[in-house]
Design a protein around this ligand. Structure first.
Ligand code: CA
Length: 706
């Protein structure tokens, strides 16, 4: 069900609107046309189509820079909310909308697709793929989706349960709906598809649960599989699906295929039409620890890598592994951006990535050769990247098998999926950067559980996630000099994606509930608007009837808000309910977001005199099965309900919820495959002990205030 506010149209002062339209008329789009004519030629030339936003990163090079300059550093202070569209969700919104032909195509939670009038905010159609809510227990990082692709009158989207769907762009009617994964395994799709040469490219996620990664290409019209590239080898006693896997298999030891190996392609894809190469980023190894995954060592190709593939065949042309033998959940699925840069006086065709591992990579995108790599955040796992071999120089002694080791960056990454942006005039890449440590410790009792969370880690150490250790900032990075130019500091991590515009502006939403514009060249904050909740998505801009708009999806969620508890809730913007919206801004608009008052229920004290051993057992069970969504120490990060603050009936019926799935329709999966009534008893004891700690803290604070 979608709840939508009546869009409030902004009444533009006609004289001003006309003046602005005239003043910027040289920027008229060089090509226009309906969505039926979005073909290969139009996608290749998307950069010249200034008024639209045709593909995920705006262009195949994924620079997220729009030349539109009607909104600029001189007038951005007059930017205001034109309208807001209620997405009908209180969980994370990560989508980058597409704008073509006056229509915005975007996605909400549970893989629902929306077509919205880009002038008025009126809903044109909506497609709900009816993802089974039990799937909520098979995704690491919220029930999110990052958006659609459009091609020849169609809209393409992936679903949380692993399907690729083709919709009629005019009506939302389903043209095909194909299953791209083995649905008996914990695969999921959250990424936006990309269309290259008539093929729809789509990967998947699930490496925290134990799957084998791959990227597939489907025919745009029929939905037939054209090719599939597996990123890690399967059982070597069986024939390999493609020859690259024979080489890869030599870099693995043990019986990795029984757990899957990982290397999932869950976000980034870029394309160079001239070189005819598709670039995909691959994810972490599965399980996380190489000590478990590949006990005899090895690089474990092609996890944590950038792959250059032929779009017609899926054959590998080159690969570059950012984290050989990944031991830290250092995915290389982060944003891949292409640009032509003058380096040492020579024009180079480069590929840039700031993966989780904390190094900013500049590669020659024709060959995969490393040009440079420097740390853009605090890095404790490696002292640098060897320019000769292209390999990281690992810091010795970080063996976390028998002791807890603090490592930076954390599995949340120095940079995660939040899109970067590039301003070609300023020569700067804007990176949503974060500083989060992590405490690694192998679970000595780990055993593989098919379909379940399979990190092989002991998370009990994270009972109280230290909020004062985490921070975030927008980093303006010079990719040629490999150095910081400016930063905008925030109180917390997990801030939104970036957008660069011809108005010398960078836009970014923040975890603490604002949407901000900075001067691109020096980072001076020029404008800010309230968003009602934390923003994680990347903004876009477009122009219609001579007016420039800036759009962002606002909805707090994803991995950090689910898994980091109090450290994620510290921003405090979600107490009013995390109401997900698409926010659309233009000059002179004055619409106000409806204010929702924060509400805190009185908490009754409940019995908490449990046996210490039972509480400890519940602690272990909680951090094995529950904390990834409900937060360490039972502290909610503001997306899901805080279990310490539940009504007494919830604790009384905990067995029905955990073992019988009575709340599956709310996205709470059942765990009876792995847990029994005695586990529920221990869980209840631990959760209630945490409630008692919360109440005691509050009482102490109240006492101190008197
Ligand atoms: Ca991961």
């Amino acid at each position: 069900m979608t709840i939508r506010l009546q869009p409030i149209l902004f009444l533009l002062v006609l004289g001003v609107g006309g003046l602005l339209a005239c003043a910027f008329s040289p920027q008229e789009s060089s090509r226009t046309g309906g969505i039926e004519s979005v073909d290969d030629a139009r996608l290749v030339a998307a950069g010249e189509e200034t008024d639209s936003w045709l593909t995920y990163g705006r262009t195949y090079n994924e620079q997220r820079h729009s030349p539109l300059a009607q909104i600029d550093e001189g007038n951005v202070a007059q930017l205001g909310l034109a309208w807001a569209f209620e997405m009908g969700t209180r969980r994370g919104l990560e989508a980058t909308p597409i704008m073509v032909d006056g229509i915005l195509y975007t996605t909400g939670t549970w893989s629902v697709v929306f077509a919205i009038d880009a002038r008025t905010g009126e809903l044109l159609w909506r497609h709900d793929p009816r993802v089974p809510r039990s799937q909520g227990g098979r995704v690491c990082c919220d029930v999110v989706n990052r958006g659609v692709a459009v091609y020849r009158g169609r809209v393409y989207s992936g679903t949380l349960d692993g399907r690729l769907i083709s919709l009629d762009a005019k009506t939302g009617e389903v043209l095909f709906d194909v299953v791209t994964v083995d649905q008996s395994k914990p695969y999921s799709i959250t990424m936006a598809p990309r269309v290259v040469k008539g093929k729809v490219l789509i990967g998947n996620g699930g490496a925290e649960y134990g799957v084998r990664g791959y990227v597939s290409a489907y025919d745009w019209q029929s939905g037939e599989l054209a090719w599939r590239f597996y990123t890690v080898p399967g059982d070597p006693s069986l024939p390999f699906e493609h020859p690259e896997l024979a080489e890869a298999a030599r870099t693995w030891t043990g019986e990795w295929w029984t757990v899957g190996g990982g290397g999932t392609v869950w976000d980034s894809i870029a394309y160079d039409p001239e070189l005819d190469l598709v670039y995909v980023g691959t994810g972490n190894g599965s399980p996380w620890s190489r000590f478990i995954r590949s006990p005899g060592g090895g690089d474990n190709l092609y996890v944590s890598s950038i792959l250059a593939l032929r779009p017609d065949t899926g054959r590998l042309v080159w690969h570059y592994q950012t984290t050989p033998g990944d031991n830290w959940d250092y995915t290389s699925t982060q944003h891949i951006m292409l640009a032509d840069l003058a380096i040492d006086g020579v024009e180079r065709k480069v590929l840039m990535q700031a993966p989780k591992n904390g190094f900013f990579y500049v590669l020659d995108r024709a060959t995969g050769e490393l040009i440079s790599a420097e740390a853009f955040a605090e890095v404790s796992w490696a002292s640098g990247v060897d320019p000769e071999t292209g390999r990281p120089i690992e810091v010795p002694g970080l063996d976390y098998r028998n002791e807890t080791v603090e490592v930076r960056p954390s599995p949340h990454g120095a940079h995660n999926w939040h899109p970067m942006a590039f301003n070609p005039a300023a020569g700067l890449v804007y990176i949503p950067t974060q500083e989060i440590p992590y405490f690694f410790h192998v679970d000595p009792n780990y055993e593989y559980r098919p379909g379940a969370w399979n990190l092989g880690f002991d998370h009990t150490v994270a009972d109280e996630f230290p909020r004062d250790l985490v921070s975030g900032h927008l980093l303006a990075w010079d990719p040629v000099a490999q150095k910081e130019v400016w930063r905008a500091q925030y109180t917390g991590p997990w801030n939104g994606g970036a957008l660069s515009t011809g108005g010398n502006l960078v836009f970014q939403g923040t975890a603490h509930g604002t949407f901000v514009a900075y001067r691109a060249t020096d980072g001076k904050k020029l404008w800010e608007a309230p968003a009602g909740t934390g923003i994680v998505a990347g903004p876009i801009t477009y122009r219609l009837d001579g007016e420039q708009y800036v759009v962002v999806m606002a909805g707090w969620g994803g991995a950090f808000p689910l898994a980091a508890g109090d450290a994620a809730a510290a921003a405090g913007v979600t107490q009013a309910g995390n109401i997900g919206r698409m926010l659309v801004f233009k000059l002179g608009a004055t619409t106000k977001l409806p204010v929702v008052e924060a509400f805190e229920r009185e908490l009754a004290a409940l019995p908490a005199d449990f046996d210490a051993e039972l509480v400890l057992e519940g602690n272990h069970t909680y951090h094995q099965w529950c904390s990834v969504c409900h937060g360490p120490g039972v502290e909610s990060g503001g997306v899901l309900p805080d279990l310490r603050k539940a009504l007494p009936a919830i604790y009384e019926t905990l067995g029905d919820i955990v073992l019988k799935g009575v709340r599956v329709q709310n996205g709470m999966p059942r765990f009876d495959e792995w847990l029994g009534p005695e586990d529920v008893t221990a869980l209840r004891a631990y959760i209630l002990s945490r409630r008692a700690v919360l109440l005691a803290d509050r009482e102490a604070q109240a006492g101190a205030a008197e």
